[in-house]
Design a protein around this ligand. Structure first.
Ligand SMILES: [Zn+2]
Ligand SMILES: [Zn+2]
Length: 328
């Protein structure tokens, strides 16, 4: 297949590392509108290999990463630094060919690219693009967590473990919930104070007991009717639920316990990645060593192995992030 070329205002990046995320599985499973043939992959870091017309800030050779949502750079949301909700957004691996490849085209370079600090390596930077940045925004930008608050994280995969790490760095107390003991062990190693095995258990009752009355914040890092409801019902009154896990309406829209939301004045918040404009705060914490996304990388595989893994990724018992190295 032909290598991608740089669109106007965009660049081509040589992929040095790219993460495999549950959203890639959603795309593979047909939950997004995608034109075939297709290349998935949306969490990436690499080196600028070609610069399109009209790009001012970037040159060949720059080390860069990018949020999975690339804003148009022109609309009112992009101009306000809110490219994560741009109505004209592009997403590598969804709206066009993504980063499970040696090269990927990226749009709106001046709005969306983020320079990788010298002390941050490519796999670490790739880990930021979707799950880590989404978790960071969920807690810092959306739930606005405060020290000593209880944060319940439902699902301890890549985004869930990111949430655990960031919540701890913010001084929060964490309860982690998962179906897999290995994922819970990883969450505990990152500082989760309590873990709940979701294997048929009454998750909300367990969380209410462990937190002495319910969690201040809940994050659904899976995306199912059950995990969404578990998050909401684990909250204390006036609590905040952040939905990160995707809930595509493939089986109809999920039933959400809105009676509880109203009666207890709960806040339901969505989190859709994080705009490049908000990266500096997160990168500063990484450079200081307060956040270590590289600890979340469980394994690194090549493109061939990635192709075999993707169809089973919804069932994979992974304890952390799977990183793909196209040169491997
Ligand atoms: Zn993702
Ligand atoms: Zn825009």
């Amino acid at each position: 297949m032909a290598a991608p070329t740089a669109p106007a205002g965009g660049v081509v990046v040589r992929v040095m590392a790219t993460g495999m995320c549950r959203s890639d599985w959603h795309a593979w499973a047909g939950h997004d509108e995608i034109a075939f043939p297709h290349v998935p992959g949306h969490e990436l870091a690499g080196v600028v290999a070609e610069v399109g017309a009209g790009v001012a800030r970037w040159q060949v050779g720059d080390r860069v990463t990018v949020p999975f949502v690339c804003g148009c750079g022109r609309c009112r949301w992009c101009r306000a630094g809110e490219a994560q909700v741009c109505p004209d957004q592009q997403q590598p691996g969804f709206t066009h060919w993504g980063s499970f490849a040696e090269h990927v085209a990226l749009h709106g370079a001046d709005t969306n690219l983020v320079a990788i600090p010298e002390r941050v390596d490519f796999p670490t930077a790739a880990a930021l693009g979707c799950r880590f940045a989404t978790a960071y925004r969920a807690l810092v930008g959306r739930a606005r967590v405060a020290e000593e608050e209880w944060v319940t994280v439902v699902g301890a995969g890549g985004v869930g473990l990111s949430t655990v790490m960031i919540a701890r760095a913010m001084g929060c107390r964490v309860v982690a919930v998962d179906r897999h003991p290995a994922a819970l062990a990883a969450a505990a190693a990152l500082g989760a104070e309590h873990t709940v095995l979701a294997d048929g258990a009454d998750v909300p009752a367990a969380v209410v007991e462990l937190t002495g009355g319910g969690s201040d914040v809940a994050v659904d890092a899976v995306g199912s009717e059950q995990t969404c409801a578990d998050g909401i019902r684990s909250l204390r009154r006036r609590g905040r639920h952040v939905q990160i896990g995707l809930l595509p309406p493939v089986h109809g829209h999920p039933r959400v316990p809105m009676d509880r939301v109203i009666g207890w004045e709960l806040d339901l918040l969505g989190s859709h990645g994080m705009a490049a404009a908000d990266y500096p705060g997160m990168l500063a914490l990484i450079e200081q060593g307060a956040l270590c996304p590289e600890l979340l990388v469980e394994r690194t595989i090549g493109l061939e192995e990635a192709a075999e893994l993707l169809p089973t990724f919804d069932r994979a018992a992974v304890a952390g992030m799977t990183m793909v190295d196209p040169a491997r």
